[in-house]
Write a protein that binds this ligand. Sequence first.
Ligand code: PLP
Length: 717
Amino acid sequence: MESRVPFNPEIHAKLPQRIIRLEELAYNFWWSWHRSARDLFKQVDRTLWTTTRHNPVRILLGVPQERLEALTKDPAFLRRYDAVLMELDRDLANGHLWYPQAHGEMMHPIAYFSAEFGIHTSLPIYSGGLGILSGDHNKEASDLGLPFLGVGFLYEQGYFRQRLDHSGWQEATYPFLDPHEVALIPARNPDGEEVSVCIRLEERAIVLRIWEVKVGRVSIYLMDANVDENAPWERELTARLYGGDREMRIQQEILLGIGGVRVLRALGKEPKVWHINEGHSAFLTLERLREYIAAGCTLEEAKARVQASTIFTTHTPVPAGHDVFNFGLVEKYFHDFWPQLKMSRDDFMALGSYGSGFNMTALALRMAGRTNGVSELHGEVSRRMWHTLWPDRPVEEVPIGHVTNGIHVPSWIGEAMHRVYRRYLAPDWIERQDDPILWTRLDEVPDEALWEAHTYLKRKMFATIRERAREERMKRALPPEQLLAYGLLLDPDALVIGFARRFATYKRASLIFRDIERLKRLLHDRYRPVQIIFAGKAHPADEPGKRLLQEIYNRARSPEMGGRIAFVEDYDMHVARYLVQGVDVWLNTPRKPMEASGTSGMKAALNGVLNLSILDGWWAEAYNGRNGWVIKPEREYDDPTQQDEADAQALYRVLEEEVVPLFYQRDRDGVPRGWVEMMRESIRTVGPRFSTRRMVKEYTEFYYLPAMAEILELEGD
Ligand SMILES: *Cc1c(COP(=O)(O)O)cnc(C)c1O
């Protein structure tokens, strides 16, 4: 019989024995990237599926007992239930997967530290691309069978909900996350005891409770300071992403890096490889130095071991984006730490010193033996940017490589496209997704089938947008004028451009508004109209970002745009899914080279949506002249205003001369043949390459395995 402690006693008690494992399924986000499991929960209660925004834990808490009893007598449901659980069991037994097959002798844990994880909308502990990437990385590590675990924070007031007031000003609300209603499990050590750890911050002792999140075979451990033992201000430490001042920030990063290592120790985990995803967690290298020295290593030996076993990925191509603390602040929190490393203050500060402060990226670069940027171009930019750390080497020998980001294919594929690929590529195309040969079979997909799948996803997006507008109208009694901005007047047959991402100013959401008259000609063309859907949040402390958002919103509802521009509120993984699947063109206008990689365009391409982008980040690698478009200015300028102008002109030109004509060039049965050909080329070139499948395999072969071999050898000495 079952001996484990129920994840949720309330759910456990109400589930009939025949379907008792629904609890286990609800507590493993594996369900979120397996259509059959999603359908199962949908079938439990379709209304709750929608009102809980796809949260199985809340569905099981809310569903009436009678409904559960009835399901145990529904043969179709039971068949599906048995099939899903069989699939889960088969997947969780990992022997057949890539990593154990290829590297079975190297089954040593790899720990992945990140300040954000974007796993599912119901767990809002991400704020943008970095978090989505970590979530996708962990899902893929599960799919490939890597011995992997994650470490991060549970932000109980995580990614905020966005709403715009009547003037278009962003209002942020932070719905409090009740751990009881999300798939969070109190973490236990090998003896089955719940674990908490205590971390000193100056004079205070902060108690952290640990939650486990199951993502297929991978567990992510989240630290949470919201416990009775902590004073109110201490509980705030893990309440929000990137909130508070510099002092709060250093405290958070101490908890993440140093606390994170202690959490793993308390759980009995012995990682051999440590992956620092962006500089926030770089203090972990100091804690590991301390451990080695306490165990009797010299400082040199300890450093060699930490370097051998640490991987660092940098994500930020702008100097201001990196975390820097002044030395006084570092001194305040580390003055009794460096003696434990047998280091002087100056030698300790030198580990992170860069310019006039203690720089987390510099610390990570010095302490990690293997480091990388997140696209080929970003690798190059990073080598130039950090050249001063290796002054006696030529810039091309600065030891920063690159692994281009990717997306977790099963999480982002739209169902209609999935059906086409299943039929024409292979029934198991997801398992074989990084085989380029498979994708050549796209040639066999009839134009009509590809176009129809796209049209279906587009209609689905429109239905969602209209439904949201209707609900808002009822909830808030919005004036009709405002409904323009919600997209009620959008025409499902006309060309739709999507622009959805964080409203950071470098992403230049308003570039397309530089020449209003020229834009209006595009929007209001009688026979070939253009429409644009925007979505995105500005960081609550980013005033310029919020003003930008307000500008777009007011454009959207201005009569002059005639309802051809919409703003979808509350961008998150859920909204992202239907936008990247449902628009025709995905627009990306960063100020080059500030987009380190970008991943939303990859999600779009996988679903047959065409990219129109500045030649920056991942697109500089992916664009081949036939699989989408580039916004190519006449020349590059040093002055940002001149550059904006040149980029905007290039954008209008490509829209007028290429994008719009190709979309509206139809044959007798209404299929845009040239467009569909480009869709095919885009899917074929992006699908196998810009996936986390390719990405995690590269991390494994060029980073994790060499690090593992090196540390095993050092420790074997
Ligand atoms: C994919 C995704 C991102 C990343 O988009 P970029 O292309 O990097 O701007 C950000 N937020 C959400 C919700 C996403 O799904």
